[in-house]
Design a protein around this ligand. Structure first.
Ligand SMILES: Cc1cc2nc3c(=O)[nH]c(=O)nc-3n(C[C@H](O)[C@H](O)[C@H](O)COP(=O)(O)OP(=O)(O)OC[C@H]3O[C@@H](n4cnc5c(N)ncnc54)[C@H](O)[C@@H]3O)c2cc1C
Length: 435
């Protein structure tokens, strides 16, 4: 072998060595890469799985939160339809007036109500084929978590017609309902309430059983520890009608910011001034002027038609703006907010409006002086059921076949689509009702 051949062989064997080395390196690199890809794949898979688990957890948490929110919302806003309540206590107050303490039969929490709101009862009275719907204001503080309380006065027969029966619903409560009974109740509702977020001074004006929403308001102020100034005027004939007497006296004695003024229009022989009552006479504007430091308050009223008319007129004459006067009527409203009185142009238009009661086969011209569609129907001999006369209980709901209505006040409940609560509306234009 010559030197050139030996040299070339050396080069060849050196080249295949480096080639083998390179191949090994490359294979190692591939393996490392494959391992890395495998590892990161596994990591990604594991991360994905973790993320899926976390997402599922989150979804479950979200569903749980939604449920809690719904429960909380329900606890705030009440329940749909009827809920059964047991009468746990019935406490005689004074002549023909009893307080009823109610607890939910299902034992679940009570939704918080606003002081001034009312409950609607669906009463199954013996001998009646249809339930009777009646509304009663909650009379205790919304801070009371254990029970609802309503205070009910038995409605007497009209003075000029003593032969007529006493009030059906209130007599049932007074004479028939007893502790342990179960009642059908709709959730608290109503637009007449005290805004507890505000701190401005208020005047509560109550006549007779109209005290119930006011007592709830005063109790709410006291139980919430609020220092909100409240002048509380309550007018009755005498001690025999003095509803929740001890509770009112305790409230005023324990809370400097609640100034109680009881007025007896016909004090009994044994009624003692400064002990049982503070003023002889009615709660009227003169009394307010004598007691209040100024007229600069928000006023809340509930009482008979005459009571509310005299006070709203008096407050207006005293310069209290309409926006500072709030009232609740326990029957057909005798006092109207100015906004609901038709203008001259509206009256002229309303004089031409025709109302058809389709089922009764009757078409009549609307009378602009008519209070509302319910009263108008009655005056035309058309029978429509009624209950609260405040747009809350839905008893007077009637389907509108054509036309539209104007609400005189915002109904406390929402009428079904295509229907109207006849007790709180009048026609907007020609109207055909399914009545
Ligand atoms: C929002 C709201 C809250 C209320 N809160 C309270 C409250 O806290 N406490 C309370 O006691 N009340 C309250 N009421 C009033 C209550 O709802 C009832 O209207 C009241 O109890 C009378 O109902 P009733 O079924 O007993 O009388 P109804 O049977 O409706 O009778 C009413 C009157 O008509 C007379 N009458 C009976 N038959 C006839 C006839 N054929 N012709 C003419 N008249 C007749 C009766 O003798 C009675 O005087 C509230 C009302 C509303 C709208």
């Amino acid at each position: 072998m010559n030197a050139t051949l030996i040299d070339s062989l050396r080069v060849t064997s050196g080249g295949s060595l480096s080639f083998a080395l390179g191949l090994t390196l490359l294979a190692g690199l591939f393996m490392w890469l494959a391992l890395e890809i495998f590892r990161s794949g596994r990591r990604v898979l594991a991360e994905n799985q973790q993320q899926r688990i976390a997402l599922e957890k989150l979804r479950a948490q979200l569903a749980e939160t939604k449920l809690r929110c719904r429960e909380a919302e329900q606890a705030q806003t009440g329940w749909n339809g009827i809920r059964k309540f047991a009468v746990v206590k019935k406490v005689f107050q004074c002549d023909d007036v009893n307080a009823f303490y109610l607890k939910p039969h299902d034992g679940r929490p009570l939704p918080q109500f606003k002081p001034g709101q009312y409950l609607t009862f669906q009463l199954d009275l013996p001998g009646r084929d249809k339930s009777l719907i009646r509304c009663y204001s909650l009379s205790d503080s919304p801070h009371q978590k254990d029970y609802y309380r309503v205070t009910i006065k038995k409605e007497k027969s009209p003075a000029d017609k003593p032969e007529l029966p006493t009030g059906a619903g209130s007599s049932f409560f007074t004479d028939v309902v007893k502790e342990g009974d179960i009642l059908n109740v709709k959730a608290p509702t109503g637009h007449f309430f005290l805004d507890m977020a505000k701190l401005n001074p208020i005047v509560l004006l109550a006549g007779g059983v109209g005290i119930t929403p006011m007592l709830s308001m005063a109790n709410a102020i006291a139980a919430g520890g609020s220092k909100r100034e409240a002048y509380f005027f309550f007018g009755v004939r005498n001690r025999r009608e003095h509803i929740h007497k001890e509770e009112l006296e305790k409230l005023a004695a324990e809370h400097d910011n609640i100034h109680l003024h009881i007025a007896y229009s016909k004090p009994g022989e044994k009624d003692v001034k400064e002990k049982d009552f503070h003023h002889e006479g009615r709660v009227d504007i003169e009394l307010l002027k004598a007691v209040l430091p100024s007229n600069n308050f928000e006023y809340y009223l509930c009482g008979s038609g005459a009571f509310m008319k005299s006070l709203t007129d008096g407050l207006e004459a005293w310069g209290v703006p309409d926006k500072d006067v709030y009232f609740e009527a326990f029957g057909p409203a005798t006092v109207k907010k100015k906004a609901t009185v038709p203008t001259q142009a509206e009256t002229t238009h309303l004089q031409k409006v025709m109302v058809t009661f389709a089922r009764s086969n009757k078409t009549v011209r609307w009378e602009p002086i008519a209070e509302n569609l319910l009263e108008f129907a009655k005056s035309q001999g058309v029978k429509i059921d009624s209950g609260c006369c405040a747009g809350g209980c839905g008893s007077c709901s009637v389907a509108i076949k054509s036309g539209a209505v104007t609400y005189l006040k915002k109904p406390d409940a929402t009428p079904e689509a295509g229907s109207c609560f006849t007790c709180v509306c009048r026609p907007k234009n020609d109207l055909i009702l399914d009545a």
